[in-house]
Design a protein around this ligand. Structure first.
Ligand SMILES: Nc1ncnc2c1ncn2[C@@H]1O[C@H](COP(=O)(O)OP(=O)(O)OP(=O)(O)O)[C@@H](O)[C@H]1O
Ligand SMILES: [Mg+2]
Length: 412
């Protein structure tokens, strides 16, 4: 299939997609190299086809998505990449799409921000039986990322992402609501989530934070704008890439995100779980995106004994341990932990939803509450020591050594 890769109204490059695999086989004329996806190298008039294929594949539903295999069987498709062409590659998180050759399709007429979309693919992803021959595939669900069962819904004209949790505790939707409460109290820019129930199962709902003018560019793509030097830390490389692109505020954003993830013991802050926003037409960077996807935290897949011991807690994206990652924070001046004095009540209230008892019992709630309160106490000590040492000397290297000494005594 011949088509043009479009960025909202702007033709970016001619493409030829393989009809069976949907891979990009050929790249033709490049019309607007500056509009190529971030991190795809264009050098000597040549686009890195492999990198563009990686970007295109990342646009499809991951094969590891809960329920993806069953959905593909119902739809009679070999892989989730086949779904991309059926909705012109349109998404609700950015402004890229493909215009089939020989058509005059316009972004205004087909984009999902301003036009309705079908519920069919979302229904199938949520387990509905549908006749595959009579489905309308125009849906942003074809291009949504992430492992948890999810779908986009239009409610009162607004676009919302509805997302489930994983068995056995289905805790992620509750965690999103608790994370929302914590970020609200700490003044961290965030995407607010609320809880809904559908067929006896919990889901989180959040509004699309991208609109017809903006787009989310993940940290993963930002990292790709420069090759990482072996002597440089991943943290420094990310900050440098933001500086190269002209994205302001990366360091204060990371200070807040790392601190939040410490409190939540977040285990899945990979590089597609944060990013920056830009204007899709002018390519002007707006800044770091509000914090989203904090659900894989609070021991979501652990039993209470593991929650108490905290020894199997995974940490991403910069360090393997939360204590080590916390040392990357450059300032706690913004942090007022007294605002979390009611965090125990917040956690108990969210997890004690009357429908939640099938998934989350009282022992679990207590273990989660205790571990969050323990981590907040650790954090308070760490921030206090960091601040008082900072007052003694402003020399960064001294401050770093003190932070490193202190951090090594911490358990998480
Ligand atoms: N409110 C939103 N507005 C726009 N795009 C969003 C929003 N929430 C999520 N996204 C996009 O959808 C993707 C998948 O959502 P999310 O990360 O919440 O799912 P997940 O299944 O929890 O992911 P993971 O596999 O990381 O656990 C995100 O990486 C982001 O690109
Ligand atoms: Mg995610």
């Amino acid at each position: 299939m011949k088509c043009i890769l479009m960025h909202k109204h702007i033709p970016v490059a001619g493409l030829e997609l393989d009809d069976v695999s949907s891979f990009i086989q050929k790249i033709g004329t490049v019309y607007a190299p500056e509009h190529l996806p971030v991190g795809v190298v264009y050098k000597n008039d040549i686009v890195d086809r492999r990198a563009l294929n990686d970007w295109w594949t990342e646009r499809s539903i991951p094969a590891s998505r809960s329920g993806a295999r069953e959905a593909l069987e119902k739809l009679g498709l070999a892989n989730t990449r086949m779904l991309l062409v059926r909705c012109y590659g349109l998404s609700l998180s950015d402004q890229y799409w493909i215009r089939p050759a020989g058509t005059e399709l316009q972004w205004e007429d087909i984009n999902f921000f301003q036009n309705d979309f079908s519920d069919d693919v979302g229904d199938v992803l949520f387990g509905a039986d549908r006749d595959a021959n009579h489905l309308d595939f125009s849906s942003p669900d074809n291009t949504s990322d992430g492992n948890l069962k999810k779908r986009w819904k239009i409610i009162d004209g607004k676009r919302y992402l509805v997302k489930g949790g994983s068995n056995p505790f289905r805790q992620q939707p509750f965690n999103e609501v608790i994370a929302t409460g914590i970020m609200e109290r700490l003044g961290i820019a965030h995407v607010p989530y609320r809880l809904i129930w559908n067929d006896g199962a919990p889901y989180s709902v959040c509004e699309d934070f991208v609109d017809a003018n903006t787009e989310l560019i993940s940290a993963w793509r930002i990292l790709g704008v420069r090759k990482k030097n072996n002597s440089k830390s991943l943290y420094q490389h990310f900050v440098d890439c933001c500086n190269v692109l002209g994205i302001h505020g990366a360091v204060p954003f990371l200070d807040r995100m790392i601190t939040l993830d410490y409190i939540l013991a977040n285990e899945d802050r990979h590089f597609n779980n944060f990013g920056a926003l830009r204007n899709a037409e002018t390519l002007e960077w707006i800044g770091m995106a509000p914090v989203y996807d904090s659900g894989s935290s609070l021991g979501y897949d652990k039993v209470p004994a593991q929650l108490r011991s905290e020894k199997d807690v995974v940490c991403k994206p910069f360090k393997n341990h939360h204590a080590g990652q916390l040392k990357l924070v450059t300032s706690f001046d913004w942090l007022d932990l007294s605002r979390l004095s009611d965090v125990g009540e917040l956690i108990t209230e969210v997890l004690s939803d009357e429908n939640a008892a099938d998934y989350i019992d009282q022992r679990r709630i207590m273990a989660i509450r205790d571990s969050v309160q323990r981590r907040i106490r650790n954090l308070a000590e760490f921030a206090q020591s960091f601040r008082s040492q900072g007052e003694l000397t402003t020399a960064d290297d001294v401050k770093e050594n003190i932070a490193a000494d202190y951090g090594s005594k911490m358990t998480l």
